[in-house]
Design a protein around this ligand. Structure first.
Ligand SMILES: [Zn+2]
Ligand SMILES: [Zn+2]
Length: 427
């Protein structure tokens, strides 16, 4: 079997793995100031695409999409544009959320006047290629039998199990090995000969979830008690819903607001009760929340309240407007609830207490607070999972070099690979 890593090799972003020149596992991009595609496509300064890429799209007979996040799905319209024409297998929830995210990404790129390498038509074409699969239902394409397992990462996320001519391969995509408010943890996974496992937190463990949850709720109360406003920066998919579920565990005597793309995504989860662990709890939480229309922001931010909004890394979205009003108020707080990538406002806030507000770099006077509500397995969770799957060949991807190397150390008795982007492995 030939396994080529077009992305996510000792990095997080642009996950895209090609098997035997015939199948793709994920087709993602690396989101940043300049979007990076698999195989370093489109890295030229003017954003034009250099082709041919290493992938011969005409030969690809199926894509298996683990979940909707753009670092796994974002390159699909580009690949379509350059000739990909085959089924894209994924869950119904993945299709629905991918559609929302791809359209939003195109909007942002057009807004920033970045040269977009695909258009709305390509997104529609991608949707039409998507073939819906249920978790735990077997499928067959060409000479591959496959099955999806619940990955516990975001609604619709799956691990992909392939049987190619009797050789089995398990690709984890992104996984969470602990229960959250929104989702059950990852399924029990089957044994596989080859396992390609994510390693985002390969070198560190998370604080126990309950402890993080309680400290977060205490912090919200503390800010309200001193008459401050609470801004909560949350990713639209998963995190925002996790936060409103959590807020609903306590009684806060102020309005709770939900803003940004999180509203649309929340509505989608409500439409499909199977997508979340406890649909009734989500419904109850949504009932206590006010959806914000753009024109209301200026007014509601003048009063005490809890504002849950995108973007999660404070790099655009309604949070920027709220921040304009709250950044110089020492009683108020901005709470970051997840990973903050390099060169984002969120990272600057977390590390230096400053960020760009209204086009100017400002040292903020409000409190900045961070809670690790990660949707990824911690180091110990990954180790336990790999031991259970017990592969004869372990391949670690989707992690910074330190994370990947540290996890590989644990399994040095096994055959373990830590490919870089561009590498090919023959097994
Ligand atoms: Zn993900
Ligand atoms: Zn990912």
């Amino acid at each position: 079997m030939k396994i080529e890593f077009h992305g996510a090799g000792q990095e997080v972003g642009r996950s895209c793995i090609e098997i035997d020149d015939t199948y793709l596992l994920d087709s993602g991009i690396k989101v940043g100031e300049i979007v990076e595609y698999p195989d370093n496509i489109a890295r030229r300064e003017d954003q034009t695409v250099q082709f041919p890429a290493k992938i011969d799209f005409k030969k690809i007979k199926a894509v298996f999409l683990s979940h909707a996040h753009l670092d796994h799905s974002g390159a699909l319209p580009l690949f379509d544009h350059f000739g990909l024409n085959c089924p894209v297998f994924c869950t119904a929830e993945t299709r629905a959320i991918t559609e929302i995210l791809l359209k939003d990404a195109l909007k942002i790129q057009s807004f920033k006047r970045q040269h977009t390498v695909y258009n709305e038509y390509d997104i529609e074409k991608v949707e039409s290629m998507m073939k819906l699969m249920q978790i735990h239902t077997k499928g067959k394409v060409d000479n591959v039998e496959f099955e999806l397992y619940d990955a516990g990462h975001i609604p619709g996320s799956s691990c992909i199990f392939l049987d190619i001519d009797g050789k089995t391969l398990l690709y984890t995509g992104d996984i969470n090995t602990t229960d959250t408010q929104l989702l059950h943890k990852i399924d029990e996974l089957p044994h596989a000969d080859i396992m390609i496992c994510e390693s985002t937190y390969g070198n560190r463990d998370h604080t126990p979830r309950e402890e993080t949850e309680n400290k977060f709720l205490d912090k919200v109360q503390e800010v309200l008690d001193r008459d401050g406003r609470v801004l909560i920066a949350a990713f639209a998919v998963g995190r925002a819903q996790e936060i409103i579920l959590l807020l609903n565990k306590r009684e806060f005597n102020v309005p709770i607001y939900l803003d940004g793309m999180a509203k649309e995504v929340t509505n989608r989860f409500l439409e499909d009760p199977h997508s979340v662990k406890d649909p009734q709890a989500l419904l109850a939480a949504v009932d206590k929340v006010n959806y914000v229309e753009g024109r209301e922001r200026k007014k509601i931010i003048q009063q005490k309240g809890i504002f849950v909004t995108t973007s999660g890394m404070v790099t655009g979205g309604p949070i920027m407007q709220y921040l304009k009003f709250a950044h110089d108020d020492p009683k108020s707080a901005i709470i970051l609830t997840g990973y903050q990538a390099e060169d984002t406002n969120g990272r600057m806030l977390k590390e230096q207490g400053r960020c760009v507000v209204d086009k100017k770099m400002e040292t903020v006077k409000c409190e900045v607070s961070f809670f690790d509500f990660s949707a990824h397995a911690g180091r110990q969770g990954l180790i336990d999972l790999i031991n259970k799957v017990d592969p004869s060949i372990l391949i670690l991807n989707h992690g910074d070099p330190e994370a990947v190397k540290s996890l590989a150390e644990v399994f040095k008795e096994r055959k373990v690979y830590t490919p870089k982007t561009g590498d090919m492995i023959k097994v």
